[in-house]
Ligand binder design. Structure first.
Ligand code: SF4
Length: 257
């Protein structure tokens, strides 16, 4: 296994849940993750060049990702209805998926462009693609498209904030910074203000996790931390004693919490 220098916000979120599962990439793909990828692409396409979403063949779209579960038909219809209601009016669409990111921060990876910022003297940093950035004279907004209904984690917000603060040299003292999670299915928006204090706090948290990762890597051992939610989406059934039916119809056993 190769040691990581750059960490994506999604890796760090998974690492907090279970280091072993995150490092070994054993969290499973399922209909919900496929649906998430699908609606992300739809929203990205729409905001790059708005088009008539009512012409989209939802059946075909779901089939293209091999999602045959009927409840996703209603979900995709809601998404299509809601996307045009999230407004970008009054803002320049500054960046979608790092297209306008300064060159020194762009990292080519699997033909996709990611923002990569070095943050620590040992060369470690953050890497990831932000869905969309909106900017006017007074405000800088980070937009994250969400397909599910669970409340976003503020740590993720501030990891995006740190990436933007470094790449675009924008700080909350200079202009209002916030992160909006556009809940594509429900049409709701969750807004988080980004302040210097919170950036500082979460930057320290990022450094602590990286240090812990580096230590575990040297020891060759990453902790397993079971929890109902994490283990349910993991291929490893490494704790025995508790059975339940996972979302995907498989029977698994988990305990230790
Ligand atoms: S089953 Fe649970 S504890 Fe084991 S690796 Fe997966 S998430 Fe971690």
């Amino acid at each position: 296994m190769k040691k990581k220098d750059f960490f994506s916000p999604s890796f760090l979120m998974s690492y907090q849940k279970c280091p072993y599962a995150a490092v070994n990439n054993v969290f499973t793909s399922n209909d919900y993750t496929k649906f998430g990828e699908l609606v992300h692409t739809l929203a990205e396409d729409y905001y790059q060049k708005p088009f008539d979403l009512t012409t989209v063949n939802t059946e075909e779209l779901l089939k293209s990702k091999e999602i045959y579960n009927g409840k996703f038909k209603k979900k995709i219809k809601n998404v299509i209805e809601n996307i045009p209601n999230f407004s970008t009016e009054g803002y320049e669409v500054f960046d979608i998926e790092s297209r306008n990111t300064p060159k020194e921060y762009v990292h080519e990876f699997f033909n996709k462009r990611f923002m990569a910022v070095k943050l620590m003297s040992n060369g470690c940093g953050l890497r990831g693609a932000i869905d969309m950035l909106l900017k006017n004279d007074k405000e800088f907004k980070i937009i994250d498209f969400k397909s599910g209904s669970s409340k976003p984690d503020p740590f993720q917000v501030h990891l995006y904030g740190i990436m933007c603060a470094f790449a675009y040299k924008i700080m909350p003292e200079d202009m209002k910074m916030s992160c909006e999670f556009w809940m594509l299915e429900s049409g709701k928006v969750h807004t988080y203000d980004i302040t210097s204090e919170l950036l500082e706090f979460n930057y320290q948290k990022f450094k602590d996790i990286v240090e812990e990762y580096n230590e575990s890597f040297s020891l060759g051992e990453f902790k397993k931390t079971p929890s109902f939610k994490s283990c349910m989406f993991c291929k490893c059934a490494c704790f025995e004693g508790r059975s339940y039916q996972s979302n995907f119809g498989e029977s698994k056993t988990v305990s230790g919490y």
